[in-house]
Every structure is written in C-alpha cells, then in structure tokens.
Design a protein around this ligand. Sequence first.
Ligand code: FAD
Length: 397
Amino acid sequence: MALADVLIIGGGLTGCATAYHLARAGASVVLIEQGDINAGASGQNAGSLHFQIERRFLENGEAMAEQASQMVALNRLAIDEWTSLEHELGCDLEVAMGGGLMVAETPGEMDLLQRKAAREARWDLGTRLMDGDGARAIAPYLAGKIVGATYLAQEGHANPRSVTPAFARSAVAAGAVIMTQTALRSLEKKGSYFEAHAEKVDAPLTIRASQVLVAAGAWTAWVGTLVNLHLPVYAAGLTMNVTERTAPFMPHLIQHVGRRLSMKQAHNGNVLVGGGWPSRLVQKPEGGFDLSRRPILIDESVRGNLRAAVDTVPCTARLSLIRSWTGTVAITADQLPLLGEVPQLPGFYVAAGGSGFTLGPTFARFLARQMGGSDLQTEIFKIYSPERFQHLNVFMG
Ligand SMILES: Cc1cc2nc3c(=O)[nH]c(=O)nc-3n(C[C@H](O)[C@H](O)[C@H](O)COP(=O)(O)OP(=O)(O)OC[C@H]3O[C@@H](n4cnc5c(N)ncnc54)[C@H](O)[C@@H]3O)c2cc1C
C-alpha cells in the first residue's frame, strides 16, 4: 500500500469524524477498526449533549472544579458544532437542543449549583440559576422536591447510533479508506513514517503513514505500549437503561448535581436513563481486563439509577424498563481529555477521554487542523495536550 498521510486507529466517533475532516482537507486517510464502525463507546452511550460543567468535576473539591471550568470554552465550541452538524453531514441525526436542566434537591446541592453557575458565567456560558418553581415552570414533570436548577438553552441529545455512521459515510465520500474487522497488531516508527501491521479477519496487512492518530477509546493505553509510551487512559464500565415508549413529555436533557442521573426522551418516545452508574469490567483469568467483552451489569446500579430517575421525574415510575446495557468508556488520569501530538513521538497523535459524544466532533475538527499543520485555537486546547503527562515517558527511551 502507498504511503498514506494519516492512519487512524479506531472507528468510533472521534476516529470517523477526524477522518472526515482530514479527507475533506485533502489528506489521504486510512482508518482501521477492529470490529464494526460505532461498536465501541460511541454506539453505546446515552447521547447527551451536555455543556454545563459536569457533576463529576464538582464532587471532588474546588481545585478540580476550577480546572474543569476551563472546559466551558470547549463546550461552547461544541454547541456551535452540534447546531450545524445535521446540515454539514446532510442527514437526520435526531439532534434535539431543546434545553437542559441540572437539578438540585437539597440546600447543599443548591450551593453547588450556585458556584457552578458563577464559574460558567466567567466563561460566558448562558446558564440560568432558578428555584424549584422556576425549574417546574420550564419542566412541569419535575418532582416537587426539586429545590432549584441551572438551565442552559442549548443542551439536548442526539442519536448515538446515527452520528458515527454518518461521519464514516461522509469520510468515505471525501476519499478516506475505512477498513472494518481490521485490528492493529503492531506499530513502529521507521524514520519519517509509521509502519503498522494489522489483521483483517485472518489476513495480515501492512499500512504505512506519515502520521498516526490513536482514537481507540478504552484501548488507547494498549496502543501506546506498541510504541513504548505510557498513555494514562483507563477503561471503566458504565450502565444505561431505557424505558418503553411514551407520548412526548420531556423535551429537555435532565441531569442531577447531587446524584448520578441523566434523562432524556428519545425521538421515538423511549426514555433513556443513565448518568455514570458503574458496571463491572470482565477480568481475564491471568489478570487484566478483557475489553473485548461487554462489562457485566450490576443490579444495584440499575436500581440506583432508576430510583434517582423516579425521584426526579415521578411520572416515569409507570413506565416499564425494557432494556439495560453496559458500555466501556475511556477515562484519563486527570479526567480531562487527552488530545493532540505526543511530544516524545512527532507525528503520533492521541484523542481519548472526556465526554466524547458531546465533544467528539469538536475534537475531530481541532485534530484535523493540528495534523494538517494549522494549529488554531491553541489556547483553548493547550490544557488537553499529552504534554502534561510527559513525566510518565521520560524513562521510556
Ligand atoms: C454507557 C456510556 C454512556 C455515555 N454517555 C455519554 C453521553 O451521554 N454524552 C457524552 O458526551 N459522552 C458519553 N459517553 C462517552 C462517549 O461515548 C465516549 O467518550 C466516546 O464515544 C468516545 O469515542 P471514541 O471514538 O474516542 O471511542 P470509541 O467509540 O470507544 O471507539 C474506539 C474504537 O477503537 C477500536 N479499536 C480499539 N483497539 C483497536 C485496534 N487495536 N485496532 C483497530 N481498532 C481498535 C474499538 O473497536 C472502538 O470501535 C458515554 C460512554 C458510555 C460507555
């Protein structure tokens, strides 16, 4: 195979969207995916487009909340991205941006919301803080015990089963080559290019490219070891639930500042309930996690998640749960996205972590620009550079 400009490892949202932007900019792109397109977290997630500072950044003290507030700049870019995405890709992705409420049910949680809203205001995010009655005026289905909320008009959701395939189709139309059932087995830098050995079903394949992007989600750390690098990305299992269909009643994304909860009503009427409840990664007998298998559902997670849903939106108690599933997400050591070129290995880029459904299209636009040599919006993206973990690799040779 001729030398490609870019080899992308991973056919999730990040990989497919970056392939699209690179191919549109004229680069020759080969993307390999070990399974099918969208088979990883990108096709298993809750589909929330959340732009308020996430609860997980608020529950670990002021320092983390302050650091995370810088992500609002990224979230604002993501709002623009999602507003125009269906037009850009020319298809229906069930993008609904009807507003989102992050609710509180205790004075302590209200205090958390107040501090969050103040941080968001400093970064020009148009969040509105309101009391319980104000929240119920917007979302009458909220429980009487909700004492307040922050509201952001642009939040919402999209269909995770549509978005990545749409990017993949557009990438191919722009000239990218996408190979599914093709697993990376080894990777080596040979002078000015990278040489990858992959396996398509049982046939070996060699691909050479000037640049490599690792968009391998929970497998990122493993890919790093192929080129002797520590990439501090960890796998975690999450839980999702969905109810039977019902008539439209919830046009918003609902999150809870004090409990693990995200809720939305999908286009077809089902109510999706998630919010970060754990599932258990499958352990290999010899040690380590088996990421080729779906994490194991934990009963308490399903119950806890549904309890939070019914407490927040009581009318959902009458709906039957029709399915629960698990997915594997990638978390970085400091919970911030890991995005950009790895300083120790010029030409080697990584994109992992963060709320990658909400932010994936934004990551992709940035990466394509950076890989193409025009490093725009450097300030916004600087804090996500792999440079911050350089200390892990100084002894790696
Ligand atoms: C249950 C759940 C709910 C979530 N909810 C939300 C949400 O509501 N909003 C939000 O913003 N984010 C959410 N997320 C996070 C979001 O889904 C991920 O951050 C995002 O999808 C990551 O996309 P990705 O392309 O980086 O990774 P993935 O979609 O995981 O794709 C990585 C791909 O790389 C492939 N790969 C790995 N190793 C190799 C190899 N050796 N060779 C070839 N291919 C390889 C994998 O097969 C996989 O398809 C959720 C995640 C989960 C699991």
